[in-house]
Ligand binder design. Structure first.
Ligand code: NAP
Length: 245
């Protein structure tokens, strides 16, 4: 049984990741920021025992230190950390004021890039040999995000962080990887998928659909497995051939 921390674990992709690990017999720390009820309901509903809920804003370095330490203490160390929490704010360059532009960049980078970097720093002090860090990146890092440029850049930065940490933590037996999903049906994308653009988004893939969170969770589970040490440094595309690089 492994000890696993998933940030943003109460809903969307994080929730599916939490479920996948619990169903495999692992013990989870479900992190949330503002979804205490959802996180607690999920914890109570998971198979197995000893799962805990931890909370904090990932853009706050002290909150990160405190929830990572709390997870490690409650679970007796850490084997896997999944950096999943993120935001996707719209701030197109020609439609935002300079002040809005500043705010959107600062918030997006603080949550999506500095957050995972700080989670990794704190978690690296608890991860055992054979440990895994899996970062949830995005197709947007490669394809560009014209309406959410801070998001695209944050995920490109997260990919570079993944590669740097794979090199830095390999000598400790810790593998670091990323998944880069295209559109997945969650709260983050519901509005887009239900809009008139929904059909165009689904048609980006030759399968004419978007992903379900469980499809991303399956890849995260593999990358976190003991068998996946040699995948360290990789960024796995999960976009139904909607963007080939
Ligand atoms: P979601 O349903 O919008 O959930 C976002 C999660 O992030 C929530 O659990 C939320 O926690 C947490 N979060 C947001 N801001 C936070 C903060 N400041 N501090 C701590 N936690 C925070 O998103 P999702 O679609 O499942 O996305 C999960 C991951 O997949 C993200 O990294 C996203 O970039 C990536 N991704 C998603 C898609 C997609 O199409 N959905 C595509 C590519 C990549 P609370 O609920 O507690 O606020």
């Amino acid at each position: 049984m492994r000890s696993i921390l998933v940030t943003g674990g109460s809903r969307g992709i994080g929730r599916a990741v939490v479920r996948a690990f619990a169903e495999a017999g692992d013990r989870l720390a479900i992190h949330h920021r503002a979804s205490a009820d959802l996180a607690e309901a999920l914890r109570a509903d998971l198979p197995g025992s000893g799962h805990v809920v931890v909370s904090g804003d990932v853009s706050d370095p002290e909150a990160v230190r405190s929830f990572v330490d709390a997870a490690a203490e409650a679970l007796g160390g850490l084997d896997v950390v999944v950096n999943n929490a993120a935001v996707f704010p719209r701030h197109p360059i020609m439609e935002t004021s300079y002040e809005e532009w500043q705010a959107a960049w600062q918030h997006t980078l603080a949550v999506n890039l500095l957050g995972p970097a700080n989670v990794a720093w704190c978690a690296a002090r608890h991860l055992r040999r054979g440990g895994r860090i899996v970062n949830v990146s995005s197709r947007g890092a490669f394809r560009g995000e014209p309406e959410q440029p801070g998001y695209g850049a944050s995920k490109a930065g997260l990919n570079a962080l993944t590669q740097s940490l794979a090199l830095a933590l390999g000598p400790l037996g810790i593998a670091v990887t990323a998944v880069a999903p295209g559109f997945v049906e969650t709260d983050m994308t519901n509005e887009h998928l239900k809009s008139p653009r929904g059909d165009e988004i689904r048609a980006q893939s030759p399968f004419n659909r978007v992903a379900q969170p469980e499809e991303i969770a399956a890849a995260v589970r593999y990358l976190a497995s003991p068998e996946a040490e040699w995948a360290s440094g990789t960024i796995v595309d999960l976009n139904g051939a909607s963007y080939l690089r």
